[in-house]
Design a protein around this ligand. Structure first.
Ligand code: 6AU
Length: 263
């Protein structure tokens, strides 16, 4: 069968990248293909949500630039929580500039993303120089890159030939590019890319700004290896409700994976 129809453990053989390997191992160990997107804007709230969902996730996704009281202590505490609960970190930076600029954005500035984030993502629109630049910083640190091959939002331009050309760019940098942000399985049947899919929520079709949602079962059925859920989880009121919701998505995502392996 195609690599993505096999178990997460067996797919370890297809990856040399340390971040990709750590993620596959964590998914298998915790039986969780859930990534929670913690899109909240204070340190205290970020840490509260991460502590609540930590036991249920393989990956925590941040938008670090929306945290209004960001400081180095947040990064220390995030790292402590990642050890306590056993998860990896993905800063959703969506780099989109020339190689030289993204080198600086990835390694320097207030956030120094490369120093703490196992994964980050980039748009392919600038061409391969963006990957070369990010790789020059990230590869020596064992980081992994996800290319935005498709988007979940209504009217996205990332489709058709753009998506195909993005997959081709990934093929040419397999040591660093470990997969895609996408809505479905991409690449040839014999290739193995990690597919991380946002736009996932139970009981909502979308928001008023063009976000479009599918269920965990639907996206895993189409090839998602990791489901990314934001408001569906952190949008619940109270730490206990957030924890319960993360557990619910974890179970849904894992059941869908088991279903896919049977197919
Ligand atoms: O579940 P939501 O709608 O609350 O949050 C979805 C999260 C947000 C988006 O910035 C992000 O996923 N996202 C991405 C990513 C991960 O790159 C791509 C995309 O196509 N759609 C999308 O929503 O943090």
């Amino acid at each position: 069968p195609a690599p993505y129809l096999q178990s997460y453990e067996s797919r370890l053989a297809n990856y040399n990248n340390p971040a990709a390997r750590a993620l596959l191992e964590c998914i298998a160990r915790k039986q969780s293909n859930l990534c929670v997107s913690v899109d909240v804007s204070t340190k205290a709230k970020v840490l509260e949500v991460v502590d609540a969902v930590g036991p249920s996730v393989c990956l925590i996704k941040t938008h670090i630039d929306i945290v209004e009281d960001f400081d180095a202590d947040l990064l220390d505490q995030l790292e402590q929580l990642s050890k306590k609960h056993d998860f990896l970190i993905f800063e959703d930076r969506k780099f989109a500039d020339i190689g030289n600029t993204v080198v600086l954005q990835y390694s320097k500035g207030v956030h120094q993303i490369a120093s703490w984030s196992h994964f980050t993502n980039a748009h392919s629109v600038p061409g391969p120089g963006i990957i070369a630049g990010l790789a020059s910083v990230g590869l020596p640190l064992g980081r992994g890159l996800l290319l935005l091959a498709e988007m979940s939002s209504e009217g996205t331009l990332a489709k058709g030939e753009y998506t195909e050309a993005t997959v081709q760019m990934a093929r040419e940098s397999r040591g660093f590019v470990v997969g895609f942000i996408a809505q479905q399985r991409l690449g040839r049947a014999d290739e193995d890319f990690l597919i991380l899919t946002p736009g996932v929520q139970l009981g909502s079709a979308g928001d008023s700004l063009g976000q479009q949602y599918n269920t965990p079962a639907a996206v895993v059925g189409k090839g998602a290896d990791v489901i990314i859920v934001g408001r569906g989880v952190y949008g619940k009121a109270g730490k206990e409700a957030v924890r319960e919701e993360a557990e619910r998505y974890k179970k849904e995502g894992w059941a869908a994976y088991e279903q896919r392996m049977k197919a």
